[in-house]
Design a protein around this ligand. Structure first.
Ligand code: CA
Ligand code: CA
Ligand code: CA
Length: 234
């Protein structure tokens, strides 16, 4: 069980954009990374990353367009979304695990680009465990294709049906990017509730984290759109 967050999200500047930063007892939690700078984790205390969208992060020559984890630290990712990240000449458009074996649950890695290792690139002695997640190209748990990632079960490989990955400005990595799930997304109600830290009660929008009894994959929980017709009084 994880203790409650110490602070509500606070916007802090990154070298070229901004991050929302949460502090939790076991380390730093970045709730949103949206800049041209990817997140790098090097050693240090155990890290929990939850309710995060990595979108539009790029690197020229390094591995891991969205983030890179280096060293033998304990990293847990829960309900994190990687989309629209890229490495131009490296490997792993979404993330790179270098001598580190994170645990991924309820995670989406979709629509990231790299010359090699489309979503995840592993190097060194690593064996990330992935479960209840949607990873592009993984084949799903029933037809697992990755020799380096451990299939923890209940994984799928399906178009997430994001609402609009690059938003109304059609530019990936800006504030209007919409990585919420459309109605009918195969990622709705297929996550693992027990992986959600008890201190995480809302999604990235501040809505209920678990709606319809089962948590969705990714940083956002799908909610039905409720339309209320205007009341006409005669
Ligand atoms: Ca945009
Ligand atoms: Ca668009
Ligand atoms: Ca749900």
């Amino acid at each position: 069980m994880l203790a409650a967050f110490l602070e509500l999200p606070a916007r802090v500047p990154s070298p070229t954009g901004w991050w929302n930063l949460l502090l939790i007892p076991i380390g730093l939690l970045f709730s949103y990374v949206e800049s041209s700078v990817r997140l790098n984790l090097f050693g240090g205390p155990a890290q929990l990353l939850a309710l995060i969208c990595f979108s539009g992060n790029t690197t020229q020559n390094d591995n891991g367009g969205g983030m890179a984890i280096t060293g033998s630290l304990t990293t847990t990712l829960v309900n994190v979304t990687f989309s629209g990240n890229a490495t131009q000449n490296g490997k792993g458009g979404g993330m790179c695990n270098n001598s580190s074996s994170p645990t991924l649950t309820n995670v989406i890695i979709w629509g990231n680009t790299a010359p090699n290792g489309l979503g995840i690139f592993n190097t060194g002695s690593v064996s990330p465990t992935i479960s209840y997640s949607n990873v592009q190209g993984c084949g799903g748990s029933s037809a697992w294709v990755s020799a380096r990632d451990v299939n923890g079960g209940s994984n799928i490989a399906a178009d997430p049906l994001f609402i609009d990955t690059n938003g109304t400005d059609n530019i990936t990595g800006t504030l209007d990017d919409n990585l919420r799930l459309q109605t009918g997304s195969p990622l709705i109600d297929v996550g693992n509730n027990t992986a959600v830290p008890c201190s995480v009660t809302t999604d990235l929008d501040g809505n209920l984290r678990i709606f319809n009894s089962v948590v969705d994959m990714g940083a956002y929980e799908w909610l039905p759109i409720r339309v209320y017709l205007p009341l006409v009084v005669r």
